[in-house]
Design a protein around this ligand. Structure first.
Ligand code: ADP
Ligand code: MG
Length: 317
């Protein structure tokens, strides 16, 4: 099967939207951007072996390739609109491509994202997605707006995906609930939009809570103090891990794709309403303070340090 046939296979299945003037098939896509809104752009690559286990189903890889990108738009409080897909494939395998598209397009349809272009090449398995979203002018959620006195919140539960990865690395069958959190992350788009104009700062948790909240603190010139017991854990995670292993997964495990955000303490009710309206649970986990760095305290008020730090490419293992 030739490159053209693969692209045609993609084009046939990709849904469009009214604001796509030209989609797949020309040299570039032509999109109508509403004049009063800001264009929000993010890109992320998934490489085989680095970002997903080698035994991942093609549909899960497709889902995740889009999900991690939509998560970035969620963290900006943006509404997704369009995406492009750059695929590198070891061979032109139509069955693999169909599976990939099953996952990718299911998530795209759920959030009304149109696939409007991309690139298809031969090489090691890799999927690079760029998403384009829209935000109300002045209301996008940024990393550099946290203020001392803000509450720190996180959506959903932490550590599930890292737990599944740990189980997979140990060679055991991962708990299916945990494995689903690794393979099919849920981008928190509705929550992100509900928080736009309300939260001070936001980030999506891709590299681990402490690492990602650390980015917010650095960008904002503040520190954070977290309550170890307040970190949310799923029943599945509690069933599989305990003690410091559990805490380490919650604090430093990557791939959660939850939103961590800060909001003024006067906005507690509004935050809870945003969580309810978007059908996304949120937990209060700590406070932004003057200073720098993220400190975690246990129930006795003693400083707690995680067994290992968040994932970093090119970092010392
Ligand atoms: P060009 O050589 O002009 O870049 P290509 O042959 O790479 O053209 O692509 C032809 C059309 O197919 C373009 O509109 C491009 O955006 C689209 N396309 C190529 N690969 C993909 C892909 N993986 N997903 C979606 N669209 C794609
Ligand atoms: Mg091209």
């Amino acid at each position: 099967m030739a490159e053209f046939d693969l692209i045609e296979r993609i084009r046939r299945r990709a849904a469009s939207r009214d604001d796509v003037l030209l989609g797949i098939g020309d040299d570039a896509a032509l999109l109508r951007v509403p004049p009063e809104r800001h264009l929000v752009v993010a890109t992320d690559t998934l490489n085989a072996g680095v970002h997903f286990p080698g035994d991942s189903a093609p549909a899960d890889i497709g889902w995740k390739a889009l999900a991690v990108n939509l998560s970035d738009l969620a963290a900006m409080g943006a509404e997704p609109a369009w995406c492009t897909l750059s695929l590198s494939l070891p061979q032109a395998d139509p069955a693999w491509l169909d599976g990939f598209l099953d996952g990718f397009l299911a998530l795209a349809e759920r959030h009304r994202v149109a696939l409007v272009g991309g690139d298809t090449t031969r090489g090691p398995l890799s999927a690079c997605v760029t998403v384009h979203g829209l935000a109300e002018a002045g209301r996008a959620l940024r990393r550099d707006r946290a203020r001392a006195g803000d509450d720190v919140w996180v959506s959903g539960t932490l550590g599930d995906a890292a737990a599944a990865l740990a189980q997979w690395r140990q060679g055991g069958a991962a708990d299916p609930v945990l494995r689903a959190r690794l393979d099919r992350p849920t981008p928190r788009l509705a929550l992100g939009r509900a928080l736009a104009g309300l939260a001070h700062a936001a980030i999506d948790v891709s590299d681990g809570l402490l690492a990602d909240l650390g980015h917010v603190c650095r960008a904002s010139g503040v520190g954070a103090e977290l309550d170890l017991d307040a970190l949310p854990a799923s029943p599945a995670l509690r069933g599989a891990f305990a003690g410091d292993a559990l805490r380490g997964l919650q604090a430093s495990g990557g791939d959660d794709y939850e939103l961590c955000f800060t909001a003024p303490s006067a906005a507690i009710d509004a935050v809870q309403r945003a969580a309810e309206a978007s059908g996304t649970p949120v937990s209060w986990i700590g406070r932004i303070v003057a200073g720098s760095g993220v400190a975690v305290f246990d129930a006795e008020g003693a400083r707690w340090t995680p067994p290992r730090a968040g994932y970093e490419h090119f970092g010392a293992a």
